[in-house]
Design a protein around this ligand. Structure first.
Ligand code: ZN
Length: 229
């Protein structure tokens, strides 16, 4: 445990203090690959990583069940969530192990309740994977867009600056039965980010662009949380 923590701190330092000024994507991905704390819910488990200021979430990291039908995992979303969380000292949560339900579909799912307690009042960035429909990044503002204010702008700006094709509310506005919607309906600030498969593929050129764009965006969101009000 101690050794893992030491390595974790060393990797976080590598990401943040890269001499070139460009964070090390390999170190960032390695941060995301390290285990969190496994917890068990009534319909499946999750992993958490402690922090504050922002919460990064990946509810579809493993296979899940929506209305009785099996749905494929969005593998890599959990690694990105934990990489971003650890690089900026934020909290993270991702599904882990067999699931009998879908946190991003079932109302009152324990995953969302646990997420809400991780870093109370911190804004939430909920990560997903989509197929390529012409954009690499879709930022979904949810049913109460005011509660995505201050979150979607850095995400869109950094994605566009990285050269990624970026859309707002298309194809996924996150308005209905999403984690983002559940949080916003409870008054919590939240935003949904969908990235194409390529953005999670370590062999694809879009992957480092997406990782670094999201890192910069989450750094800006975290800085706004920690700064003067
Ligand atoms: Zn998803």
């Amino acid at each position: 445990m101690t050794r893992a923590r030491t390595r974790f701190a060393a990797l976080a330092l590598t990401v943040v203090t890269a001499r070139s000024g460009v964070p090390d994507v390999g170190a960032l991905r390695a941060l995301g690959g390290m285990r969190g704390v496994v917890e068990h819910g009534p319909t499946g488990g999750w992993e958490t990583t402690a922090g504050h200021g922002v919460v990064l979430s990946a509810p579809h990291e493993v296979d899940h069940v929506r209305d009785g039908a099996e749905k494929r995992a969005e593998r890599g979303t959990g690694r990105l969530a934990f990489a971003l969380a650890r690089a900026v000292g934020a909290a993270g949560i991702r599904t882990h192990g067999p699931q009998a339900a879908d946190p991003n579909w079932d109302t009152g799912h324990p995953y969302t309740a646990r997420l809400a307690r991780l870093s109370p009042d911190a804004p939430v960035v909920d990560l997903h994977m989509m197929r390529d429909r012409g954009v690499e990044v879709c930022v979904g503002l949810g049913p109460v867009p005011d509660l995505a204010d201050g979150l979607w702008q850095p995400l869109v700006e950094e994605a566009v600056a990285a050269g990624l094709r970026t859309a707002v509310n298309w194809p996924f506005p996150a308005r209905k039965r999403t984690v983002t919607a559940a949080l916003q309906r409870a008054g919590r600030r939240a935003v949904q980010v969908e990235l194409t498969w390529d953005c999670y593929d370590p062999t694809h050129p879009s992957m480092p662009l997406a990782y670094l764009a999201l890192l910069r965006a989450v750094q800006r969101i975290a800085a706004a949380e920690h700064g003067p009000r």
